[in-house]
Design a protein around this ligand. Structure first.
Ligand SMILES: Cc1cc2nc3c(=O)[nH]c(=O)nc-3n(C[C@H](O)[C@H](O)[C@H](O)COP(=O)(O)OP(=O)(O)OC[C@H]3O[C@@H](n4cnc5c(N)ncnc54)[C@H](O)[C@@H]3O)c2cc1C
Length: 338
């Protein structure tokens, strides 16, 4: 059942039409709990607040299904503005970017030019840039781009997903590179990725320990308290220096735990997405944690002052029929979901 729910939300996250529509709705379905507003000012406010509490941040300018050059160019300009803002406001913050946002799916050379422009500004202001890892169809290209730039721009890194069989091998070539370790958010084929939580978790812990014993910086990005507790013991036992790692979590998730870890003295970084293109990101979060559906139901059926909306049955009907339609479509055309 858990896998069906996960596949369902991942299917929704891949629906370009819904993603396009959602940009016009503004925040809906409770997404504002996980997305820090639509503009640089709103995200800056959140960063400053977290920085005051000893938490550093990474900003993600949301954007999926970028298919025309003008959108990628606009995204690049926005990223440059964010980097300038980080510099001017002296924020304890770096940026996270998906390469498709800068046009990877449009034209590789165009994307490389965009990345280079962003990296030039980031280098000038000493701001770290992380290449987020997308689904497996973008994996090789993301790694290639990292290797292309990492000698010229030392302040870059990427993400390794512990669900991939190749994760350990790929880390071997990245002993000098800052890495964020995650479990992996997309639905990948059995030919490339572990499918069970036990195997993914075991690999995560194994890779995290190897990284902590090495020289380069590692961001341990998980909300999983079992893993965090095991790694806290390992860090204490092996006397790992705090300059070599940080814990990372997503904005809006386990907020209390984020503050607790920072208060306990662990380096901590919150990943903060912002922008109007929130739908796919939010659907992937529902896939990981269907309990967040209560936010969606609240948004669909209730007003802000907790009164039942006038036409909840119609809204519910639309939601239910869309869900059934999508499920039927999935059964007939079991396309890869990410
Ligand atoms: C900072 C950050 C950056 C990321 N970047 C990427 C990326 O670039 N590419 C990518 O593919 N993926 C990325 N991810 C997503 C990641 O791959 C996972 O999909 C996501 O983090 C869910 O896995 P998890 O490790 O949090 O644990 P899960 O396996 O989802 O949860 C494990 C256990 O932790 C507890 N738990 C989890 N969440 C909560 C909660 N909110 N409240 C209470 N208990 C909870 C539950 O007991 C749960 O069973 C990122 C994640 C983070 C945190």
């Amino acid at each position: 059942m858990a896998n069906v729910t996960r596949d369902f939300f991942i299917g929704l996250s891949n629906n370009k039409c819904l993603n396009d529509q959602a940009k016009k709705w503004g925040f809906r379905l409770g997404a504002e709990k996980f997305v820090a507003g639509t503009n640089i000012e709103s995200v800056t406010k959140v960063v400053k607040d977290l920085n005051r509490n000893g938490i550093s941040c990474t900003i993600d300018n949301l954007g999926e299904y970028i298919s025309v050059k003008s959108e990628a160019t606009a995204a690049k300009q926005e990223l440059i503005k964010i980097i300038e803002k980080i510099h001017v406001e002296k924020l304890d913050c770096h940026i996270s970017v998906k390469l498709t946002l800068l046009g990877l799916d449009i034209d590789r050379a165009f994307c490389i030019d965009n990345i280079k422009e962003v990296l030039d500004v980031a280098k000038e202001y000493n701001v770290f840039v992380n290449f987020d890892m997308e689904d497996y169809s973008h994996y090789e290209q993301t790694m290639e781009v990292l290797h292309l730039f990492k000698d010229t721009y030392p302040l870059i890194g990427t993400v390794i997903q512990s669900y991939l069989y190749r994760a350990a091998d790929d880390l071997e070539g990245l002993e000098d590179t800052r890495i964020r370790l995650v479990k992996g958010a997309y639905k990948e084929a059995e030919s490339v990725a572990y499918q069970s939580k036990e195997e993914i978790d075991r690999n995560f812990i194994q890779l995290a320990k190897e990284r902590l014993l090495g020289d380069a910086f590692t961001s341990i990005a998980t909300h999983d308290h079992h893993i965090i507790n095991e790694l806290k013991m390992f860090i204490a036992d092996k006397k790992i220096d705090k300059s070599k790692f940080e814990f990372q979590m997503l904005y809006g998730f386990r907020t209390e735990m984020q503050y607790e870890l920072a208060e306990e003295g662990y380096p901590f970084c919150t990943y903060i997405p912002f922008g109007t293109d929130w739908f796919a990101y939010f659907m992937r979060r529902l896939a990981e944690r269907p309990q967040n559906m209560n936010l969606v139901l609240k948004d669909v059926f209730y007003t802000n002052d907790d009164k039942l909306k006038r036409r909840p049955i119609i809204l519910g009907g639309i939601a239910l029929s869309s869900a059934l339609m999508l499920l039927r479509k999935r059964q007939t055309r079991r396309r890869k979901a990410v």
